[in-house]
Design a protein around this ligand. Structure first.
Ligand code: BGC
Length: 770
């Protein structure tokens, strides 16, 4: 493309974008008295600040407790004393935080530090990984996990968390799919809101609330090929309709800060992307909080090819980034850039003001030590109630993928052969990003089963296989203290021992799958099967003829075609936090009936990726029920179907759905129609069911997805009980960003679908008449 066309394209891009999302040529709101008080406080403070002190505020350093890159901050104490640090992350406990804050209080202007950490799925009371939490489809539950996390983190000195991670992810190769809510825009946005509310409560000055930091802005989950940190190239249609809404939802819920993603977006890395950080974030969305780069995001612009440290630091600030995490590019170059006219005083002031405002909003200027309370640290972290809540939460996230002949729940008698490299590991249980979890108190699955099964059950435990045949791959997959010991016996010997145990047992429980560090940051994979050596073990176990229950550990959708065909029961347990061992046992023995539903599509094989339910129809869709037709959109060697569809998950009981009824087939602006369906529990157990509403816009000015989630309700039913579930459909939920990026609902035909997952739905038609 020549420069002229590029400029034109960029202009058009910006112009279109300016009319989009929230179309906020917003009217300035009158300042309230609290705002006026803050403004004048910050103005007075900034009037006293030197340029060095202002730039110091933009510097975020690491305390070194958990780092995700090779760069580590140095001379932290002397920098704080000189006013060269705005905040510290990965430093915990009231004692250490008090010590750092005391140094800040001796600096010339006594500006308090902000203390952050990756409190991602709980603090010391670690809950299931975010993808698992999403599988609960339980918004009050998820909000409460964030509330508990905030209470514990703030009791340990923190006031800022790098969460929620709201990146939509549709390529299961990407390891960080584990850290978000999966593939769906609607579900992801709902979760984004409750997470922010859980962390921040309704008052950030309260001592048990912490500031949320939405991440990673933006489109990080669409990394090409699912390879971490890779480039994103995306149409505006997809951005505005699918990927951006969860960030916006989190900000609208009041999130005080946002973290920039590592990736390149359409040719400009997010960390230097003015369109993203200023035009979209500030001008269209009217975001008033502060922006922080990701770990060394600023200096990584050098590798992206945008210039030297001084150049990229200036670019990043000018684009709209306020705080530099760990690169120290801002600290070491911005003053010179100001002298050289490469950045303006106003740009530095903007960033400094926003960071000071965050500290003000947290109440740190009133009391810099408000989070340093040893009593709270002693009494409010890992309380029995929190631990019990972690156990209950875990049970709500597991997804029963198969249960032939009701192998599950297990009886509390007889002999169980418990097999697999993940059966007796504590370190593997909590999941990626659980830096605060104390592995000593984490029960392994073996311990959990012993705790729940009681004395009438005999357990024969054996390893059966190493995590992977290749020791190097296992080492890369068990980093950060998440070791899974290797057994040096041969594969055959290990399998033989397990098979012998299986033969003596009534049922086999095989704890297999990924280690927790096989997903998460920098843990992308191209093979999404259970590692081959474990699969061979599983095959040998199935061959014994004993009923086998696969307890599947996974941080992402896995490919399980063989398992689905040959293993009678599969319970996907993701990574369930510090109480996963007990929680899994609660479900295996039927104390809790599983109710999780997949927040991501499980593919048949990796070649289908990216695979997601809300795809477009194409001009040559397959006919219903066909899996290959020449000159249609399909593959020769595999059907287009997923292995398990989005929203799927079984229960120990059965639910049947009546017909979908609409109270009218015509919807008018300002009115609503009601879609109702009766759901009955036709099985033997009480259970919970997530009833899902999808909509298809049949004819539009742009192509629309074949189905879009627009509502869900989690209900609980006793055996024999029925409930009628109703959803309101109004014009608002039919809106989308059209090709001019206007948010509109277009008159015409629609279909509504309601069911237990995106595939097995009842349908009704209606029209929007304008
Ligand atoms: C990750 C972020 C995280 C940051 C700080 C980065 O590598 O991408 O999600 O918040 O490190 O730990």
């Amino acid at each position: 493309m020549n420069t002229h066309i590029m400029k034109k394209a960029h202009f058009l891009f910006t112009l279109l974008a300016l009319f989009a999302l929230g179309s906020s040529a917003q009217v300035k709101k009158a300042t309230n008295p609290q705002q006026a008080k803050m403004d004048s406080f910050i103005k007075n403070l900034m009037a006293k600040m030197t340029i060095d002190e202002k730039i110091g505020q933009l510097n975020l350093v690491t305390g070194g407790e958990a780092t995700t890159g090779s760069a580590v901050s140095t001379d932290v104490e002397s920098k704080i004393a000189k006013g060269n640090v705005g905040g510290i992350f990965s430093l915990t406990t009231p004692q250490k935080i008090r010590k750092a804050q005391e140094i800040a209080m001796k600096s010339r202007l006594k500006i308090p530090l902000i203390f952050g950490q990756d409190v991602i799925h709980g603090y010391k009371t670690t809950f299931p990984i975010p993808l698992a939490l999403a599988a609960s489809w339980d918004m009050p539950l998820i909000q409460k996990t964030a509330r508990v996390a905030a209470t514990e983190a703030s009791a340990d000195g923190l006031n800022w968390t790098f969460s929620p991670m709201v990146d939509i992810a549709r390529d299961a190769r990407w390891g960080r799919i584990a850290e978000g809510s999966g593939e769906d825009t609607f579900l992801g946005s709902e979760i984004a809101k409750v997470m922010v509310k859980g962390y921040q409560g309704d008052d950030l000055t309260k001592v048990n609330t912490i500031m949320a930091c939405v991440k990673h802005f933006a489109l990080y989950g669409a990394a090409e090929g699912g390879r971490d940190y890779n480039t994103t190239d995306m149409s505006l249609d997809r951005m505005y309709n699918d990927y951006l809404p969860p960030y916006k939802a989190a900000l609208d819920a009041g999130a005080g800060s946002i973290m920039v993603s590592f990736n390149d977006i359409n040719g400009v890395p997010a960390t230097a992307n003015k369109w993203l950080l200023t035009d979209l974030l500030r001008k269209q969305w009217d975001f008033k909080g502060f922006v922080v780069s990701d770990y060394t995001g600023v200096s990584e612009l050098i590798e992206h090819g945008l210039g030297d440290l001084k150049t990229v630091s200036a670019l990043s600030l000018k684009a709209g980034n306020d705080m530099d995490m760990v690169s120290e590019g801002f600290l070491t170059t911005l003053k010179k850039s100001l002298q050289d006219g490469k950045v303006t005083q106003a740009e530095i002031d903007r960033a400094c003001r926003l960071i000071l405002e965050a500290k003000y909003k947290l109440g740190l200027f009133d009391d810099p030590f408000k989070y340093c309370n040893d009593e709270r640290a002693k009494n409010e972290i890992l309380t029995p109630a929190n631990i019990q809540f972690a156990r209950e939460t875990a049970t709500k996230t597991f997804v029963l993928l198969k249960n032939q002949n009701q192998v599950l729940p297990l009886k509390k008698s007889g002999t169980i052969a418990l097999v697999g490299p993940l059966a007796n590991s504590k370190a593997n249980m909590p999941g990626t990003w659980s830096v605060n979890a104390d592995m000593e108190i984490v029960p392994s699955l073996l311990e959990g089963i012993k705790n729940v099964a009681g004395n009438n059950v005999k357990i024969l435990h054996s390893l059966g296989a190493n995590l992977t045949a290749d020791a190097t791959l296992q080492a890369h997959s068990t980093m950060f203290g998440r070791e899974i010991p290797r057994d040096n016996r041969s594969e055959e010997e290990l399998i033989k021992e397990a098979v012998e145990n299986a033969k003596k047992a009534d049922v086999v429980v095989a704890a297999l799958g990924e280690s927790s560090e096989m997903s998460g940051e920098s843990s992308s994979r191209t093979d999404l099967g259970i590692p081959a050596v474990q699969q061979r073990l599983l095959q040998a176990l199935v061959k014994t003829g004993k009923p086998v229950v696969l307890v599947l550990f996974a941080g992402r959708p896995m490919t399980l075609v063989w398992e689905n065909e040959n293993v009678p029961a599969i319970l996907n347990v993701w990574f369930g936090g510090i109480q996963a061992g007990n929680g899994i046992a609660d479900v295996l023995f039927g104390h809790v009936n599983p109710s999780g539903k997949l927040p991501v599509t499980f593919p048949q094989n990796v070649g289908q990726l990216p695979l997601y339910y809300a795809h477009k129809n194409t001009g040559r869709p397959l006919e219903d029920g066909k899996w290959f037709q020449k000159f249609r959109s399909n593959y020769l060697d595999v059907s287009n179907d997923p292995l398990y569809p989005f929203g799927f998950g079984l229960s120990y009981t059965t639910f049947t759905y009546g017909d979908l009824k609409l109270n009218s087939n015509t919807l008018k602006p300002g009115q609503k129609i009601t879609a109702s369906i009766t759901v009955s529990n036709t099985g033997k157990y009480a259970g919970e069911e997530v009833v899902q509403l999808y909509i298809r816009d049949m004819v539009g000015s742009s192509t629309r997805p074949v189905k879009l989630l627009k509502g869900f309700q989690k209900i609980s039913l006793q055996p024999g009980e029925s409930k009628t579930v109703s959803f309101n459909i109004d014009e608002e939920i039919l809106k989308f960003y059209n090709s001019e990026l206007k948010f509109v609902a277009e008159a015409g035909d629609f279909k509504a679908f309601v069911g237990p997952n995106v595939r097995d739905v009842k349908t009704a038609d209606f029209k929007l008449v304008k």
